[in-house]
Design a protein around this ligand. Structure first.
Ligand code: PEP
Ligand code: MG
Length: 906
């Protein structure tokens, strides 16, 4: 490697001035070309102009550094020498491609010029070499067309205009009475070159450049310029690629896959990118250019068939791919061209893969002794595990629906997986239809706790409003339901039971499908495949018992468990969810939201009685009805979790959420409760709040109505004492929500302790238990040292902490947050991934103050962020004891925790 940075790095003939580690300077494509050349792969020679030159170009009014021209001329001369051809030569012309290549791949966003160096004289040399006049003129007209577009900007002036050179091509085909480009003969193509150039003159007032050097400088400038085209800028914003990076430019000798039957072009993967199988995988086309494979004009053939068509280059390709994979110790995605039976490598990079493939490749590579276990853990994107756990759509079916134009809209991919079912708009319909054996999708403008049974009954949930931590999204994830939230294109009419999605009108009962991993809303029914992992874990595996996916999944989890330091619990309030979470290896329950239990069966009636009671005595009467039901819930959950901690939170949401809002419902309820309608109306009105999220909720409820806390604690301890009597070892942790001061916590703690002690005394048993608090208000972080004196544990409620720290309503932010992220005002949705600078700073304060006052204080997190890999790694870094997330995210959190322990920090 050169010690001093240069403007241009040459590669060719087995030597390269750059290498694979120089991505920053040479871009991904350039670094790959240099590295491949170094290790002896057959790469057409060329040179890379660095990203530093790109920065210079923009800083100096599109000029180049002094001395660069000399390097460029030297590099061209070296290419000429290696190939025995000359740039601009009439007899044996060297033709080049000029391609972009940034540090991160930005597929298709920037520009490329191929076949550069052709003019009316050098085309004769191409005819001579190819012995194919038609080929030569076809190449020439493609070059003029591409150059005119990319470099000379000969594009349609507005949306109504068609492409000027395409128009000429179409006219030519029409005049010849043919349909396809391939039906034009050499004479037609030659004429086209002339007509294209005339159009260039006509439109730009300048001649098409004939001098290959003018062409080359023009193309280099255009490719650098394309770093700042609209597409590229938008892509960088989307993927958070810094605008300052710039692109490199690769100038490389052209090789032709379309010179006849001994030529081909294709792409290959060293392993199957869909399944991960160790199998040479790819596609090729005989007598074609790379673009033809991508554009899908002709159907490519499976790579294995290349063996019989061109055995020698096939064997060479297989060999080179093997070398590349073991060199990079990673699955490679390569592009190649075969010209006259000779193989050329045009690109290599780490191949993109599905979650299934990511896991299989990483594990296979450990077993093949290519990488270590730690490397395998680091390589798999934690979120990728989702794909192994969810029902999925068959990828071929997805391709088909896209082709048929059945993808109607996109929302937020809030609950990953695949769901297909019939549209219903009301929770009670979802329940009723399910009872009749129908699969349904519950489509709502937004959901509320009232819809919980309908959500449970549905295969998937679709909402028009709400963000990633909206009610629908968090409940869906917790239930493991597919969910597409905040799909603004929906126009739902509950009364008419219809839903407009863009131009399509759907009615109740119509079939619809949701891809919760992409946010796509798809018309009609699509087949789903169940997750094998889950079938094995829950013990009803049948023929999938020997599932490879399951074996690999459990191996990966074992490695993660051996490595991680952070505990992983789950958020759940239902016994069946607890079973799933435990099967995934959850080490306890970090959050049981008791209010969800209030909506089951006919309990809501007793809850409403409690809320509407005129005095404490009335409330106590209603609470007495609820007690046995809550007790039964807690019993089941505590029993399922064995001796693991079960964190149960006292009532949190504002009470009006349990009351009806619509007039007809109020009238109906008044009737059921045998009370005057006006009285009920008044009660509902009194309970309404301007800002309920900051209103009468959290511990404030338990402080106003201590009897509620008392009933819940009694239910918990009666359940625990019963289990204790049966020789079991339940471990409840009672958690007080929305605490902002030590006084609030101690007031509630007193009730908890007194009730727990009294209950245990009456049962004559002892149950180990803890009383702690959620930390979800900024004030709680600042006074964490005081709160810690009464708390036996902290658990960060980062949903509310984000809401209160950023002053950003979690239920309304979905309207504008996506555009904030899109425009780079926020790096990511703070309800998805912890805002480390703001919310994270508060968390650090709370951890440090809390532990200073209470040594060894146990601290966890139970906000939705507990299942976000980046946030999990942050929690490891600030020293939390555990994260708690929805059951289906437990494996993801475990992997992220292992990655954090191995030092991964982003
Ligand atoms: C939180 O605020 O992060 C939390 C877990 O509580 P909830 O989402 O129920 O408000
Ligand atoms: Mg909260």
């Amino acid at each position: 490697m050169q010690s001093k940075k240069r403007d241009i790095y040459f590669f060719g003939g087995g030597k390269a001035e750059g290498n694979g580690k120089m991505r920053e300077l040479l871009g991904g494509k350039g670094a790959g070309l240099h590295e491949m050349t170094r290790i002896g792969a057959p790469v057409p020679p060329g040179f890379t102009i660095t990203t530093d030159v790109c920065a210079y170009f923009y800083a100096h009014d599109r000029r180049y550094p002094k001395g660069m021209e000399k390097y460029l001329m030297d590099s061209l001369a070296r290419m000429e020498k290696l190939l025995g051809r000359r740039f601009g030569d009439y007899d044996a012309p060297l033709l080049v491609s000029v391609r972009s290549g940034a540090r991160e791949s930005m597929p298709g966003m920037m520009d490329t010029v191929l076949n550069l160096g052709l003019n009316d004289r050098t085309v004769q040399g191409l005819i001579e070499r190819s012995q194919n006049v038609r080929f030569a003129y076809d190449t020439y007209r493609r070059f003029v067309q591409m150059y005119a577009d990319v470099v000379l900007g000969l594009r349609p002036r507005d949306k109504t205009e068609s492409d000027p050179l395409e128009t000429i091509l179409e006219r030519k085909k029409k005049s010849r009475g043919v349909r396809l480009d391939t039906e034009l003969d050499a004479g037609d193509l030659k004429e086209l070159v002339g007509e294209f150039k005339a159009e260039v003159r006509n439109r730009s007032g300048k001649d098409f450049p004939e001098d290959p050097f003018d062409q080359l400088w023009g193309a280099i400038g255009a490719v650098f310029g394309s770093w700042n085209n609209d597409r590229a800028i938008a892509y960088r914003q989307l993927y958070q690629i810094p605008h300052s990076w710039g692109t490199a430019v690769n100038v490389q000798a052209m090789v032709f896959g379309n010179l006849g039957e001994k030529c081909a072009t294709g792409v290959a993967f060293t392993r199957n990118p869909a399944t991960g199988e160790k199998q040479f995988y790819g596609e090729f086309l005989v007598n074609a250019q790379g673009e033809d494979v991508v554009a899908g004009i002709r159907t490519p053939r499976p790579i294995a068939e290349l063996e019989s068509v061109m055995p020698r280059p096939y064997m060479e390709l297989k060999r080179v791919c093997k070398v590349l994979e073991s060199h990079y110790q990673e699955m490679q995605d390569i592009e190649f061209t075969i010209e006259d039976n000779k193989l050329w490598m045009l690109q290599t990079r780490a191949g993109k893969r599905t979650g299934f493939a990511a896991v299989r490749i990483a594990i296979d590579m450990v077993e093949e002794k290519i990488i270590s276990k730690n490397e395998a853990l680091l390589r798999i994107e934690a979120d990728h595990l989702n794909q192994l756990l969810r029902p999925i759509f068959d990828s071929r079916d997805k391709e088909q629906v896209a082709k048929e134009g059945r993808i109607l809209a996109r929302g937020l991919p809030a609950g990953p997986g695949a769901a297909t079912g019939r549209v219903v708009f009301h929770a009670e319909d979802a329940v009723a239809w399910k009872k009749n054996g129908e699969r349904v999708l519950l489509c709502r403008i937004e959901t509320s706790p009232d819809d919980i049974r309908g959500m449970e009954a549905a295969e998937g949930i679709l909402t028009a409003r709400g963000g990633m931590t909206s009610h629908a999204a968090l409940v869906a994830r917790q239930m493991g339901k597919v969910c597409v939230a905040g799909c603004e294109a929906l126009n739902i009419d509950y009364a008419a039971r219809t839903m407009e999605v863009g131009e399509t009108m759907l009615k109740e009962g119509d079939w619809l499908s949701l891809d919760g991993s992409t946010g796509e809303v798809i018309q009609g029914e699509i087949r789903t495949l169940p997750s094998e992992v889950l079938q094995v874990l829950l013990g009803n595996a049948g023929e999938v018992k020997s599932s490879r996916v399951y074996r690999q999944f459990s191996k990966l989890m074992k490695w993660a468990d051996e490595t991680r330091k952070l505990g992983v619990r789950t958020n759940t309030d239902q016994p069946d969810q607890a079973v799933v979470a435990k099967a995934f290896g959850a080490e306890g329950i970090g959050l049981c939201r008791t209010e969800h239990m209030f909506f089951q069966g006919d309990r809501i009636q007793a809850v409403r009685e409690m809320i509407l009671a005129d005095d404490e005595a009335g409330r106590r009467r209603a609470l007495a009805k609820l007690l046995p039901m809550q007790k039964q819930d807690f019993r089941e959950i505590l029993e399922i979790m064995g001796g693991l901690p079960v964190t149960i939170r006292t009532l949190d949401p504002p009470l009006h959420e349990f009351l009806p809002a619509r007039e007809e419902e109020i009238v109906e309820l008044a009737h059921v409760m045998n009370m005057p309608v006006q009285k009920l109306r008044d009660k509902v009105k009194v309970l309404q709040e301007f800002n309920p999220m900051l209103g009468h909720r959290g511990c404030r409820l338990g402080i106003s109505y201590p009897e509620i806390t008392e009933m819940q604690v009694r239910a918990i301890f009666e359940a625990a004492c019963e289990l204790r009597r049966e020789g079991k070892n339940p471990f409840p942790e009672v958690m007080i929500p929305l605490v902002g001061s030590r006084e609030e916590l101690s007031a509630q703690k007193k009730i908890v302790d007194q009730t727990a002690q009294a209950t245990m005394r009456s049962y004559g048993v002892k149950v180990r238990y803890l009383v702690g608090t959620m930390i979800e208000l900024p004030r709680a972080c600042f006074v964490a040292d005081e709160i810690a004196q009464d708390a036996m544990f902290f658990s960060f409620g980062t949903n509310d902490l984000t809401q209160t720290c950023l002053g950003l309503s979690r239920d309304d932010a979905g309207k504008f947050l996506p555009s904030y992220v899109m425009e780079g005002l926020l790096p990511q949705d703070p309800f998805v991934s912890i805002d480390q600078d703001g919310v994270g700073a508060l968390m650090r304060i709370a951890v440090s103050k809390g532990r200073k006052a209470h040594k060894g204080l146990e601290i966890g997190i139970c906000g939705e962020h507990g299942g976000d890999p980046k946030s999990v790694r942050f929690c490891h870094r600030i020293g939390l004891n555990y994260v708690s997330c929805s059951p289906y995210r437990v494996p993801i959190a475990k992997l992220a925790a292992a990655q954090a322990a191995l030092g991964k920090d982003s």
